[in-house]
Design a protein around this ligand. Structure first.
Ligand code: ZN
Length: 284
């Protein structure tokens, strides 16, 4: 997600921390869900929401970690509700890590659709380290954090982040739990890559994995299976109708999402919008 209104007020936002293990916390405020790993020496943060929340996020991290400094921040993708705090955290000494395409998109002006653009981010907000396929971060001797790029899914710079020892998986916006997903076609996202990425997440997880979605509540592998079933069912139906020559509006009016709408419609993505992402990104 990234089109949450920039003008939204952050005054009332509180940072909520949920302990998933002794060392790993899910942090929620406004924007994409964050994960915090408190290591022996220092801490590692996944995503950092909006710049306006950095003070509150830093305060929460300080209390949870007993004052340890943030060594690394990893962005799951380039959208502003996941990277907005980069500049502030970088100034606190954190090293920012992300996929190569996150660097590319944040360092240049981006077309966001419907005539809107996003200006390039200041140099301090850009990733210090970028990678193409995968990376392992050794926080301390206990945990190897595995970063796995998934191709052309929500964007073209998504990563899944897996704490293998602690069995916690952060999916970024490859998982909108109980919500229809936003697929950023302007950033080379597409439905087939998105479904493939969800399957990568399913392959990493087992029945005890705690799964942090980019948006929505903490989840299990069973929840991710249900999400995958919804995605594949609707995509199959759109594909069949598109192949038969139906146009987008006809498909949107065909009622193919009726079994899912109550559970998955939310204020940013309704079924018509989700169907349009599928229709417009299926291969011809
Ligand atoms: Zn996003």
């Amino acid at each position: 997600m990234s089109f949450i209104a920039i003008s939204q007020s952050f005054d009332d936002v509180e940072i909520k921390a949920t302990a998933l293990t002794e060392d790993i916390f899910m942090l929620e405020g406004a924007g994409g869900n964050m994960a915090l790993y408190v290591g022996d020496e220092d801490v590692f943060l996944i995503d950092d929401q909006f710049a306006e929340l950095s003070t509150k996020i830093l305060y929460a991290i300080d209390s949870l970690s007993g004052g340890k400094s943030i060594k690394y921040v990893c962005n799951t993708h380039w959208h502003g509700d996941h990277t907005g705090g980069n500049e502030n955290l970088s100034k606190q000494g954190a090293t920012i890590i992300a996929h190569t395409n996150v660097y590319e998109r944040m360092s240049t002006r981006q077309f966001r659709g419907m005539g809107r653009f996003q200006e390039a981010s200041p140099p301090a907000a850009l990733p210090d380290l970028s990678f193409d396929d995968q990376m392992t971060i050794h926080i301390d001797t206990l945990e190897k954090v595995h970063l796995q790029h998934v191709h052309n899914a929500h964007t073209d710079g998504d990563v899944l982040i897996f704490f293998k020892e602690h069995n916690v998986l952060h999916m970024g916006d490859i998982f909108f739990h109980k919500r229809y997903p936003f697929i950023d076609l302007n950033s080379n996202g597409q439905i087939i890559g998105y479904i493939n990425a969800v399957e990568k997440g399913l392959a990493l997880a087992d029945n005890n994995t705690q799964i942090i979605p980019g948006h929505g509540p903490l989840a299990t592998k069973e929840d991710l299976y249900a999400y995958h079933a919804m995605l594949t069912d609707i995509t199959f139906k759109v594909n069949k109708r598109k192949a038969a020559g139906e146009d987008l509006i006809t498909i949107q009016e065909a009622g193919i999402t009726v079994d899912y709408d109550e559970e998955y419609t939310w204020n940013f993505i309704d079924s018509d919008t989700f169907i349009s992402f599928i229709y417009n990104s299926l291969p011809e």
